[in-house]
Design a protein. Structure first.
Ligand SMILES: Nc1nc2c(c(=O)[nH]1)N[C@H]1C(S)=C(S)[C@@H](COP(=O)(O)OP(=O)(O)OC[C@H]3O[C@@H](n4cnc5c(=O)[nH]c(N)nc54)[C@H](O)[C@@H]3O)O[C@H]1N2
Ligand SMILES: Nc1nc2c(c(=O)[nH]1)N[C@H]1C(S)=C(S)[C@@H](COP(=O)(O)OP(=O)(O)OC[C@H]3O[C@@H](n4cnc5c(=O)[nH]c(N)nc54)[C@H](O)[C@@H]3O)O[C@H]1N2
Ligand code: SF4
Ligand SMILES: [Mo]
Length: 674
């Protein structure tokens, strides 16, 4: 056995990726080297396990591609290393000139989801006194569903994840937890071992659907109709929970009227799901108790997202599954989102501040006026890979006078920058991290110092403030005192405890709504929401307006196939794909296509094919995939290395009906031999 080095130590920290799990981790360090990562058994939801990506941090931490010094674009192309002073001086002087010539709104500040941590808010210490840059609102991910659930229940909360084990029937809808929430998957499998039924609604076959008793494959984007159809059967057969509805439903009669218009035969015509399957699913879900409905973010990446999630999330209320251990509605759990902003932030600038829906980034870079965007600062984001309508994003970024990107790697976005500033990793700064599936606040303890000349974003913003002569009060605080002050009122003295274990500090209980209190305007579950109509101009009762671009039979028959670009187990979006530990095991990017669709186009397994629409075209190898719903094609999203396809050249920069989300999965294409 190797003798442990005297400097060998194990430090508790947390994975800050945009991932449901937000795993607690124990990191072994020797000197300044991370030598092992394990799961933290103190986190009851993530139970001492991390995924392959978590394990791969050992490779990622000091990977040869990691940026260690600031880079400045060379005149003839390529980059040269420069000192921090040179980089920040030049950036500050160019930003300052643009601000005085065009005003602060000529600068875009955009922060993505690359790393979660409460200290990210320190960017405000610079941008507020700067006068307020243009920003993006909404996001690329989940906001339509968040808003739909908020309108219905008053908040986004769900049962403690471990209560999944007590479920007797689990309905997973537009979600692939076997890949995207591996801890939820572990709990679902435990419930299965204890006898729970599992139904999955997904147009694709996935590891999740492979384990189900019932796999339902609707036409993508038609789930609103399917949910209304299930409501129809449940009411027609008297399977609703009358006592719950009498006490807690608002606007129920209008909902009853609405679902009357969605009998199974009509829903079959819209969704492609046989009427008998709709009946079977409705009966299983409404009669086996407690039943848990888990809806994914994949369900709401189209323009009717909000109305769809409203229709889906009423089903647990209709069947009396809310406020019940083992039952419930799972979409997002914001119970841990209870932290306060960092102390001493300067006040917000007065006056209207400009922003645009995130998915419209490319368009906004190209077309915003008064003032046009002249500069952008992008951190924790890789929009050239991750935003829709890549052609517009690239063109928009290329016309900027100044693009600053803060990242660990030279990503597709960083390659477009005038300056690339090297970013810290998760191990290099102490921070607080919240989650969106489990209820724990965790301390991301610092594990090692940043390598090379890497600086934390906190230091970068402080330096920028100094260069502009702004107050640095938000930075001149002891880092531990700052984190203490960010804990919720009354919990300030619990920072030391967080070094030992994750804590529930939000105080919302393990089973929300067990007391029947809903924080909606009516105090009840809103089957009818006047607020939805007022804020978003939608029907107050969930309805099913067909997609603009999404569904076959609609306009655009020229592009008859629906393209989905979903997540994969081995990466988080554009992250991790550059690591050899990941590349050794991950699946290739291929065009998954139903054999019937392929045959109709003279394509066979392994052929090169061109996927195209009016926005762009991408070449890929065909993989015949009988498990797909015919009419649907799929390619894994996220671009980490040059050989990955650029799928977002094809996607549209549409905006969801609520919450300003993106419409990645409302994407029609045609495929032909390349
Ligand atoms: N390994 C890994 N885990 C991740 C991530 C990652 O990149 N990698 N990303 C994290 C993030 S940011 C997110 S947002 C989540 C997303 O996690 P999920 O909610 O699982 O989202 P998606 O993979 O987008 O879609 C899930 C499933 O929905 C199906 N689907 C697509 N359109 C429709 C539809 O119209 N109706 C129905 N019924 N199903 C549809 C897709 O075929 C897909 O299998 O995962 C998080 N976890
Ligand atoms: N076609 C298609 N496109 C999609 C989706 C889809 O389903 N299909 N899903 C969408 C969804 S759900 C999401 S959430 C978005 C995600 O979009 P992004 O948030 O842009 O995604 P990431 O690839 O995770 O990129 C974040 C970048 O952050 C960097 N980074 C990591 N840690 C740090 C840090 O501490 N500091 C700094 N400065 N940088 C850091 C990483 O190296 C990476 O380059 O993508 C969306 N795009
Ligand atoms: S990527 Fe997700 S599952 Fe993997 S270690 Fe991080 S939080 Fe856990
Ligand atoms: Mo996301």
């Amino acid at each position: 056995m190797k003798t442990p080095s005297p400097a060998r130590r194990v430090i508790r920290t947390v994975c800050p990726r945009n991932c449901y799990c937000t795993c607690g981790m124990l990191v072994t360090v020797e000197g300044m080297r991370v030598v092992a990562v394990e799961g933290d058994p103190e986190n009851p939801a993530t139970a001492g396990k991390v995924c392959l990506k978590g394990l791969s941090y050992v490779e990622r931490q000091l990977h040869r591609d990691r940026l260690l010094k600031p880079l400045r674009r060379r005149k003839g192309g390529g980059f040269q290393e420069v000192s921090w002073d040179t980089a920040l001086e030049e950036i500050a002087s160019r930003l300052s000139r643009i601000r005085s010539e065009w005003g602060p709104a000529a600068v875009l500040y955009y922060e993505g989801s690359g790393s979660h941590g409460a200290l990210g808010a320190l960017a405000e210490a610079f941008w507020r006194p700067f006068g307020g840059p243009t920003r993006a609102h909404g996001d690329l991910c989940w906001p339509a569903g968040l808003e739909a659930a908020r309108l219905t229940f008053g908040a986004n909360l769900h049962n403690h994840p471990v209560l999944t084990r007590d479920s007797r029937f689990i309905l997973v809808w537009g979600h692939n937890p076997a890949e995207t929430n591996v801890h939820q998957w572990r709990l679902i499998l435990e419930a299965r071992e204890r006898g729970a039924g599992l139904a999955v609604i997904d147009p694709r076959s996935t590891d999740t659907t492979d384990a189900a008793d019932l796999h339902v494959q609707p036409v993508p984007g038609t789930d609103g109709a399917l949910a209304l159809g299930l409501g129809h059967v449940i009411l027609e057969e008297g399977l609703e929970d009358r006592a719950f509805l009498e006490a807690h439903a608002w606007g129920f009669e209008a909902y009853r009227e609405r679902v009357r218009a969605y009998p199974p035969a009509k829903v079959e015509a819209i969704t492609g799901v046989p009427a008998e399957v709709i009946r079977t699913l409705a009966r299983s879900y409404a009669t086996v108790k407690p039943a848990l409905l888990i809806a994914g973010f994949g369900l709401q990446r189209h323009s009717r997202a909000g109305q769809t999630i409203r229709a889906v999330c009423l089903l647990p209320a209709l069947t009396g599954n809310l406020g019940v251990p083992g039952g419930g509605w799972q979409y997002a759990n914001l119970a841990s989102h209870c932290l306060r902003p960092p102390p001493n932030l300067p006040p917000e600038p007065v006056g209207p501040l400009r922003s645009f829906p995130t998915s419209r980034l490319g368009w906004s870079l190209l077309h915003l006026e008064d003032p046009p965007l002249r500069a952008a600062w992008i951190e924790k984001a890789n929009p050239v890979s991750q935003h829709p309508s890549t052609a517009r994003v690239l063109e928009g970024l290329r016309k900027l006078e100044l693009l600053v990107v803060v990242d660990q790697f030279l990503t597709d976005t960083a390659r477009e920058a005038h300056f690339v500033l090297p970013a810290k990793s998760l191990f290099e700064e102490e921070d607080l991290v919240t989650a969106y599936w489990h209820p724990y606040v965790q301390l991301r303890q610092k594990v090692v110092d940043p390598p090379g000349e890497v600086r934390t974003e906190t230091e970068i913003w402080r330096e920028m403030c100094l260069r502009f002569g702004f107050e640095t009060g938000a930075f001149d605080v002891d880092p531990e005192e700052r984190l203490r002050a960010m804990l919720p009122e009354g919990a300030e003295d619990r920072l030391e405890e967080l070094r030992e274990r994750p804590l529930i500090l939000g105080g919302r209980g393990d089973v929300p709504w067990a007391d029947g209190t809903f924080t909606t305007p009516s105090g009840k579950v809103e089957f009818t929401s006047e607020e939805a109509a007022r804020l978003w101009g939608v029907d107050p009762v969930p309805d099913f307006p067909p997609l603009e671009e999404g569904a076959p039979g609609g306009p655009g028959e020229e592009f008859p196939l629906q393209l989905l670009t979903c997540k994969t187990r081995e990466r988080i979006h554009s992250q991790f794909g550059n690591l050899s530990s990941i590349r050794q095991v991950e699946r290739r990017r291929v065009l998954e296509m139903h054999p019937l669709d392929a045959a109709a186009r003279g394509l066979g397994d392994g052929d090169r094919a061109k996927v195209r629409n009016e926005r762009g075209s991408v070449e890929l190898e065909v993989r015949l995939t009988p498990g797909l719903r015919p009419g649907v094609v799929h390619v894994i999203e996220g671009r980490s290395v040059p050989e990955d396809p650029w799928m977002n050249f094809l996607t549209s920069d549409g905006v969801t009906d609520m919450g300003w989300g993106a419409t990645f999965y409302e994407c029609r294409v045609e495929v032909e031999k390349a």
